[in-house]
Ligand binder design. Structure first.
Ligand code: BES
Length: 454
């Protein structure tokens, strides 16, 4: 299949140009101000898959459209379901970007833009590899089905409905997703486990309007003080989450898995230095990799209320809000724990406050079979392109569809991350190394051949 690889090599500039075009569309799924751009993004993906030679449909949902595409002419060959997402996280804070988030810039061997690695750049490696097989050979060694959605960054709730309604159409042997990371520069990885998630928002209201803190302060509940106190109760001093029952169904790491994690190269002080902090933090009794890959968390993502403009202001604010997410591990149930968290907050609430709680989304954790023939095919494909055998890791991020593929379609997902955790995903100055973009594309091209050989 050297002809396919040669074609990819000869067309690297065109591939990057096409990615840049997609990156210019600000597909922020969380913010309705970008609704028209979401449609533009969906149309771009639709047209690219059509031009690559697949039959394509755009499926409307109550939220953002899903693109489905297929090429099913490989007889007696396995069928692979490739998933990616064209939506991105909000680019804020905008003033911390070196170049604007939706004006892709190439510098220092990387492409810089929101979505460069999460997930437009990574997703595009599969679009390009399939397009090149079809261009060079007129066929693929496997059957492929693409599902590219626009709601991953807001919980993929509408995607599950699509999966439920289209089980036969989506039938496959294995799913492939590139939306995770390599373990470190020079160390490619296959991710065999992801954490799940629950997301919610809590608002406390005290007085019916902001009050003068001299005339009223000390005699009326301050909801910002109260929210801070409440949030402070979520963890004990050992980093354990205090919500009753939170750890009841956690599957503990085996000694073997702990040993596997410990055998990976990891320089904790270097890792912390890169993050600009000088001490690790987390649940007592666990290493940093165990904490971030296989232990649950409870994080406040944003907390606001009262005055946050320049200079002082003296008020008892009327309201305070916190956005909370918990990362979950097998076998924690997102819906049950959302209720447990809500009850914990109610039970610890001070009097004089109105309590509002909104559950936003939830998805369970997932762990894949390490010994499947698909894993072996993926390892070989990565080794051929990256020149190194990948390590097997778990990751702390969440990709809701991975659990749904298992539950609804009954298949495992190969999580083949081409990016790095240091690519600033969800943060200003997101980027993707261009060499990783091309290596990922070649690994994808090899993968179709390896999966057919099995
Ligand atoms: N690409 C990430 C998930 C990820 C990050 C996996 C790092 C492995 C390593 C994905 O696009 C993402 O950010 N997902 C969200 C999902 C959530 C909003 C439901 C996440 O994890 O926050």
């Amino acid at each position: 299949m050297q002809d396919v690889i040669d074609y990819l090599d000869q067309n690297r500039d065109a591939a990057l140009d096409q990615l840049k075009e997609l990156l210019r569309i600000p597909t922020v799924s969380a913010d309705s101000a970008f609704a028209a751009d979401m449609l533009k993004g969906a149309a771009f993906v639709h047209n690219a898959l059509h031009d690559a030679g697949l039959s394509v449909e755009t499926i409307e949902t109550p939220g953002h459209p899903i693109i489905y595409a297929e090429w099913l002419q490989a007889e007696n060959a396995p069928t692979v379901l490739i998933y990616g997402h064209y939506d991105v996280q909000p680019p804020d804070p905008l003033d911390l970007w070196t170049t604007p988030a939706f004006e892709p810039d190439v510098r220092d061997g990387c492409i810089w833009a929101r979505g460069a690695t999460d997930d437009k750049g990574q997703c595009w490696t599969h679009v390009l590899s399939v397009a090149s097989w079809l261009k060079v050979r007129g066929s693929l060694p496997v059957n492929v089905k693409f599902v590219i959605e626009g709601e991953e960054e807001v919980g993929s709730e509408n995607l599950d409905v699509f999966l439920e309604q289209n089980k036969e159409k989506l039938a496959c042997e294995v799913a492939v997703v590139s939306d995770s990371s390599q373990y470190a520069p020079g160390i490619p990885a296959i991710t065999y486990g992801l954490r799940g998630i629950l997301a919610c928002e809590v608002t406390l209201t005290g007085p019916n309007r902001d009050l003068h803190s001299g005339s009223f302060g000390g005699a009326v509940i301050n909801p910002v003080n109260a929210l801070c106190r409440l949030m402070g109760k979520l963890h004990d001093d050992q980093g354990r989450i205090q919500v009753p029952g939170f750890y009841d169904s956690v599957i503990e790491l085996t000694d073997e898995e702990r040993a596997q994690f410990a055998a990976l190269p990891f320089d904790e002080s270097e890792w912390l230095a890169d993050l600009g902090t000088d001490a690790p933090w987390g649940e007592a009794g666990f290493s940093s990799n165990e904490r971030r890959w296989a232990r649950p968390t409870c994080d406040i993502n944003g907390i606001f209320g009262g005055y946050s403009g320049e200079g002082p202001k003296t008020i008892v604010p009327s309201k305070a809000t916190a956005k909370i997410t918990c990362r979950l591990v097998p076998d924690q149930d997102p819906h049950q724990l959302t209720e447990a968290l809500k009850q914990f907050l109610i039970d610890n609430l001070q009097p004089g406050l109105k309590f509002e709680f909104t559950s936003q989304h939830g998805a369970p954790a997932s762990v894949a079979d390490l010994n499947s023939p698909y894993m072996t095919a993926a390892k070989t494909a990565i080794e051929k392109s990256f020149g190194t055998v990948p390590v097997m890791v778990r990751e702390g991020g969440s990709i809701p569809v991975v659990g749904s593929f298992k539950v609804i379609l009954g298949v495992d997902t190969l999580l083949l991350g081409w990016g790095q955790n240091s690519d600033n995903l969800h943060s200003p100055d997101e980027h993707f190394k261009i060499e990783d973009f091309h290596r990922g594309t070649a690994a994808s091209a090899y993968l179709w051949q390896e999966l057919a050989n099995d």
